[in-house]
Design a protein around this ligand. Structure first.
Ligand SMILES: NC(=O)c1ccc[n+]([C@@H]2O[C@H](COP(=O)([O-])OP(=O)(O)OC[C@H]3O[C@@H](n4cnc5c(N)ncnc54)[C@H](OP(=O)(O)O)[C@@H]3O)[C@@H](O)[C@H]2O)c1
Length: 297
């Protein structure tokens, strides 16, 4: 059987690179670097989409520095807006014209984090509280307004056992603790840190299926940064006395872009439609993370 032709933008990033690594045998994937295809240029993006012959386009490309984005607040020529909103529009408009199916990657930051007691579901009303979230929300709206065939996949705190270019919550905690450095971890924030392997596998299922609409793809339960750090300590047999608790308020005081109090995404729609076993619990993911870290060690 012929493999599906998939074109991805942002294939060198934290999440895109894992999709590429795990799905290179499953699909025919084309992953042009940003130096070859700049999605802020409609003509470049459109021409590449057309020439690639891909049926499905996944747009991982984004400006993901939350704090840096805040310095660009309301600047529509800033990179955050240019990539997350205008770039998303270019890709979606090209997909509409060329009749391609788009999987657009978004974030929990489109919400305001004030929902209490339960996770965010796909139908909850977006209300971003920082510029990164705002630009990503513009991006989602642009995808919807383009009229293209689409899936919007919202992620939360992706982390990977290995990725050179940038850190993430799990490797930051692990590396600090291994070096016997103290870490401050928030006790009153709800999070769904998600292993990029799970995201890559979930996206593969979406590439093969006929779904459309919005999906939350995240770990199937939630935790707090403090509990997450404790789980890492336990899995890697490290010193738990190095973990010091802090409140979200203390953390946010020092930041221009505020973290969400509740960034817990509900992935029940995805698991209900595509089955259990693709997305793991936070605890299971830490085990898989450890196996991969040890395997690379
Ligand atoms: N990381 C998170 O915490 C997080 C959380 C929730 C959702 N997400 C979403 O998940 C997606 C992937 O995030 P990530 O963390 O994997 O991103 P990332 O590591 O920051 O990578 C960004 C990617 O975008 C590419 N890119 C930059 N400028 C471009 C341009 N002008 N044209 C085309 N490509 C360009 C980069 O290519 P070069 O390397 O060549 O510059 C890189 O491959 C994004 O939509 C993000 O909003 C991320």
């Amino acid at each position: 059987m012929n493999k599906r032709q998939v074109l991805i933008f942002g294939g060198s990033g934290l999440v895109g690179s894992k999709f590429l690594e795990l799905n290179a045998g499953r699909f025919n994937i084309s992953s042009p670097p940003a130096s070859l295809v700049d999605i802020t240029d409609f003509n470049q993006a459109s021409k590449f989409i057309e020439d690639s012959g891909a049926e499905v386009i996944i747009n991982f490309a984004a400006f993901t520095h939350v704090e840096e984005s805040e310095k660009q607040k309301n600047d529509k020529r800033g990179l955050a807006y240019m990539l997350n909103a205008a770039g998303a529009k270019n890709v979606a408009d090209a997909c509409k014209i060329l009749e391609k199916h788009l999987i657009h990657i978004s974030t929990e930051y489109i919400f305001d984090g004030t929902k209490s007691g339960s996770p965010y579901i796909e139908e909850d009303k977006p209300n971003p509280i920082n510029w990164y979230g705002q630009t990503k929300y513009f991006g989602e709206q642009n995808v919807l307004e383009s009229g293209c065939s689409y899936i919007i996949v919202r992620l939360s705190m992706p982390y990977s056992a290995y990725y050179q270019q940038k850190s993430d919550i799990a490797r930051f905690f692990l590396n600090q603790l291994r070096e016997k450095k103290q870490i401050k971890a928030i006790i009153n924030q709800r999070i769904t840190p998600t292993l990029t392997d799970d995201i890559a596998n979930a996206l593969a299922v979406l590439v093969e299926g006929k779904a459309s609409g919005i999906y939350h793809v995240s770990s199937i339960n939630h935790t707090t940064p403090f509990e997450f750090a404790k789980q890492i300590v336990q899995a890697f047999n490290l010193d738990s006395s190095l973990i010091v608790s802090m409140t979200l308020g203390e953390y946010n005081q020092k930041k221009m872009a505020k973290l969400l109090k509740n960034s817990w995404l509900d992935s029940a729609k995805f698991t209900g439609e595509f089955g259990q076993g693709i997305l793991h619990s936070v605890e299971e993911s830490i085990k898989l993370f450890k196996e991969e870290v040890d395997g690379k060690g």
